[in-house]
Design a protein around this ligand. Sequence first.
Ligand code: ADP
Ligand code: MG
Length: 881
Amino acid sequence: MTKDYSKYTPMMQQYLSTKDQYPNCLLFFRLGDFYELFFEDAILASRELDITLTKRGKTKSQDIPMCGVPYHVADQYLAKLVAKGYHVAICDQVEDPKLAQGIVKRDVIRVVTPGTFTNEDYMEADENRYLACLNSYDQSFSLVFLDYSTGEFFALEKTSSNLEEVKQWILDQLGNRQVKEVLLLSSSLDFSFLNQEDLSIQKLRKKEPSKFLQDQLSPELALRLEEVQMIYPLVYETAYQVLNYVYQTQKASMGHILSLDLFDTKKGLVLEEGAKKNLEIFESLARSDKEGSLYQVLNRCQTAMGSRLLRQWLHKPLGSKEAIQGRLDFVEAFRDNLMVLDQVKEDLKGVYDLKRLSVKIATGSVSPHDLISLKNTLVQGENLRKTLEDTGLELFQTYGREIPNLLDLVGSIEATLKEDAPSIITESIFIKEGVHEDLDQLIQARDHGREWILRLEQEEKDRTGIKNLRIKFNKILGYFIEVRKSNLDLVPEDYVRKQTLVSSERFFTVKLKEMESKLLTAKEDSLSLQRQIFQTLKDQVKSHLTALQKTAEALSQVDVWASLASLAIEYHYVRPQLNTSGEVHIVQGRHPIVEARQKDHLFVANDTDLNLNDRMVALITGPNMAGKSTYMRQVALICILAHIGSFVPADQANIPILDRIFTRIGASDNLSGGESTFMVEMKEVAIITKYATPQSLIILDEVGRGTGTFDGLSIAWALIEYITDHIGAKTLFASHYLELVPLAQSLDKVFNLRVLTEETEDEILFLRKIEEGFSNQSFGIDVAKLAGIDDRLILRAREVFLDLKKKEGGKEPPEDFFAQENPTETKRPTGQEMKNLSQYKALLRDLEKLDILGQSPLESLQEVQNLQKKAGELLHDPSTD
Ligand code: ADP
Ligand code: MG
């Protein structure tokens, strides 16, 4: 039902009925040189954009709020709005205002959404911008991702009856992928778990795709979709809905989308969301940005396309030996051929973002300047191909031959456009001379009109012999030849009389009239002919879209290989071997990020040996700050690097093909804070127990810390047993629970590692060296010492500690597992022993926590007395014997 807007002005009526069609969008309504917003939209936009709120007209004697932005800088404001998750409908004049009868016709020409916004000036160059769509049928779920700005399009599918698992899968896939907008087609999940700030999420009803959609797709994609339809009907449906959505909102071609890649989540190494975060793959934990992330350490790409591809590789490490070897071969070849590497980097410099350009080419919004950039990029691409072919190396030559030859296109652009062609088409001429004869004449006419007339005047004087013949101009007649009456007998036959004055007569000639019309319309005609020529060129470029995308792909790949080779050279990385027997064998491994961060300090390298038999679970003990977490992360990162086809920071590495890496970083080690409750911790442990397989790598850092000592210890204990008995996955487990140490003796698959520290008279030296065995140090007290607590207190603490140990071990001085360097006797502590220990440790922890500097000596004394009292109670409680 249309509402009655008759009370409003015709313009407002037009506004309101347009707004009715786009209720969920802000409406940018073009009035003159501005996009105006009204009513609620105006109030909201003025707040979000920080622009002045004014008014225009009234309704029911109330002012109508209004605000506006200049149309030529609209993208700047659109960028801000989409970043906040808004959708904006752009309503433009769709007829020439000069020709309009009554009010100018306006229509929505496109809807800008967070996932489809494409202005490069307001996007991160090295990040993708995805529109994601989730769909389901029965127990199958499909996720489709489209980066409209580059044409990258891929899909994933999962079948599961466990909704929790599905949710986790969705979060893992969405996480860190720079998804800006999510479309939900599925009704079988409630999506509250997805709610995130500045992510636009909308439920969408499945729609019959527009019948015009098909015409907008590239033939390659249309073909691909037919294939997909047969094998993955759900993915097909989802993909079509995405394309339809983009078509409905952008109302433009999608010819730059060439394929729909199907990612098989079963293949490839999956990094669950927590692992990406904890291992600082894309963002550092401390700063939550690129700084200090693995991505940043790796990224030496010359182009934005390369940087984005590297990100994608990190998102989706490979799962097949062959595919990884394929990448490693290139990285190695570049590393071994420094001259080629340098030349390739040179070739890649100044390469324009060909992928982002492709959307403009497809939609026809490419500017003359863009085409010059395109040409320069293609020239660089040509150079790159030459570089590769000149190497004489089979690997490079074969690859080089696959880069499309686009020299014809380079030639056309070069021949057509001036080098300084503008980004916005104005009155300036950017088509080269000699491209089109008519254009040259028009430009001549435009620029040299006056000279032409003078020349013609001279020609006519010479031809007729009339010395005082003049060519003049007025508004009524235009150009004319004036001849004095006395010379009329010399006027030639082809002069056409137009006007007679008292002393002279005025004539036209065909030539003069032709010239006149050329002169008068030269300006307009030159501009429109220039547009035409440019359009032809654009069409020609568009017909090469597939080859351009291929070239873009090649440039980005070479960029990433070269980047990884440079990294390998700078930090002396080695090529990893790969195995399928499940063994991790690393000689002198290093942590890539820590190593890069502390360039001036020496990073202490460490070995790693894990297998599925007697070295499945490494239990790592050592004082705080010793380097446990760093060591475990280092192993995980080296595995990830190997899976993306990178060299690794080690002297030697043999890495198994993994299916997943899980990390669980204990609550107090998790810097994200806030959510660090025991519940979160246990949920993550639950995920591990459900989905880990013998091909997985599990990193457990201080699990159990989030709860009381006793619970924590018991869970850690049971978890290790569960992993060895039921999962069979390689695991690194760092713990401050010394009580776990004997597990290595009772369970075949568990072994102990410790981080070496050296205690001198008055300090602890962190040696950062991992070795077999376990640590028997009183962690808390040492750290208390490190923190500068008074010696007397430390001394007393040691006494208490030794007492406690003695007590626990009976009359003899420490002879139990706790004090032994390498226990020979296999013994699991009983529940009572564990409980005792936990009480002792609680006491020690209280001691550790003592805030001596923050209180008066008297208060300290008081607290030490309290502790002493507790210690006494413990020692004399028969149940703790
Ligand atoms: P833990 O987990 O045992 O408490 P961390 O792994 O957090 O200790 O290490 C503490 C600090 O020691 C880290 O911030 C890091 O800078 C440094 N570190 C750790 N391992 C090494 C190493 N192998 N070489 C040099 N510095 C290291
Ligand atoms: Mg730690």
